[in-house]
Design a protein around this ligand. Structure first.
Ligand SMILES: [Zn+2]
Length: 333
């Protein structure tokens, strides 16, 4: 049985002016994912506690968010706040934590959290890139600190680099962080040679793909980098920063993934991460977001085998990035 977080509170974070990261992204998503999963268990939502937020963020930053979201305003040039934002963002973290606990304990076979605002750009002491608190990063830290699991992996295929999650797990040898992202776009971080801080070298795998990467490129990254690294690390819990802005129709990303490509990624990842916790990150074309997420969830939950291979080969440019990453991390399989 899979668990689903889908709650109207996540519609309450709204900008006072038109913004890509808006509640319309979630409209109809819960029904579509419910249909894709069959009969998921719905998880109740609650805000993260102060202690949980402190597992990933500084007390000063949490207080800044609390204070600043009393009215409409901006955390940075991209990241808006409204009077409900602190409450909504706390619930997004609470949902990721509860979904992680549910899967780690065996109470659920996997989970999908339809949460917003997204989180993977939020660093320990600053929000940015539409992100206030780092839902996945904090959930990973809580899962380790509470002793639910000994090793956790985060797989981030949002088209943007997960700089916040990287910062939050930089010196954590019990966490593996894999980010597949488009090189040269926001937030301009995540080169392949960044592999983790002191004591955690080799636990961060950055795969910066060229603009225009498509299904065959992503599937090659999964097969040649992500699957072997997850097999080597042996995580007891896999959190997925599930962003769908690498979809071809997305207005912010320059990648070209199709729902079939996302389904093929899930089919390959399922072999090494059969019980994932998917937390929504980006994805700014709502129809593409819905199509890609549901195609992926259907395969991950075992309701559809999904394509095991795809037509076409990875581009020369993507293949060379993959070769560099495999060299850096000593992947020989
Ligand atoms: Zn993104």
């Amino acid at each position: 049985m899979w668990a689903l977080v889908d709650d109207p509170i996540f519609l309450k974070h709204r900008c006072h002016e038109p913004h890509r990261e808006n509640p319309m992204r979630l409209i109809g998503l819960g029904a579509a994912v419910t249909e894709a999963l069959g009969e998921p268990t719905r998880l109740p939502v609650r805000p993260a506690t102060e202690a949980e937020l402190r597992a990933g963020h500084t007390a000063e930053y949490i207080e800044l968010v609390r204070r600043s979201s009393r009215e409409h305003g901006w955390l940075d040039a991209d990241t808006y706040l409204c009077p409900d934002s602190c409450e909504v963002a706390s619930h997004a973290v609470g949902a990721a934590i509860d979904a992680a606990r549910c899967v780690a304990s065996g109470a659920a076979d996997g989970a999908v959290c339809l949460i917003r605002p997204p989180g993977h750009h939020a660093e320990p002491s600053r929000g940015m890139g539409f992100c206030i608190f780092n839902n996945v990063g904090v959930a990973a830290r809580v899962a380790l600190e509470a002793g639910w699991v000994r090793r956790v992996a985060v797989v981030d295929f949002d088209v943007h680099h997960g700089n916040g999650t990287q910062a939050m797990l930089w010196e954590e040898p019990r966490a593996l962080f894999v980010s597949i992202h488009q090189w040269g776009i926001y937030p301009l971080t995540g080169p392949a040679h960044e592999v983790g801080g002191p004591g955690a070298e080799g636990t961060h795998i950055n795969v910066p793909l060229p603009r225009g990467a498509g299904d065959a490129d992503y599937l090659a990254v999964i097969a040649r980098v992500v699957v072997p690294m997850l097999s080597r690390f042996g995580p007891e819990l896999v959190l997925v920063s599930a962003g769908y802005d690498a979809a071809a129709a997305d207005p912010l990303g320059g990648a070209r993934l199709t729902p079939r490509g996302f389904a093929a990624m899930a089919a390959a990842l399922r072999e090494v991460a059969p019980r994932p916790v998917l937390c929504l990150e980006g994805g700014y074309d709502p129809p593409a977001l819905k199509a890609c997420l549901t195609a992926q969830v259907r395969v991950w939950a075992g309701r559809d085998a999904g394509p095991r291979t795809l037509e076409g080969e990875p581009s020369h440019a993507a293949a060379s990035v993959i070769a560099v990453v495999r060299e850096i991390h000593g992947i020989e399989t």
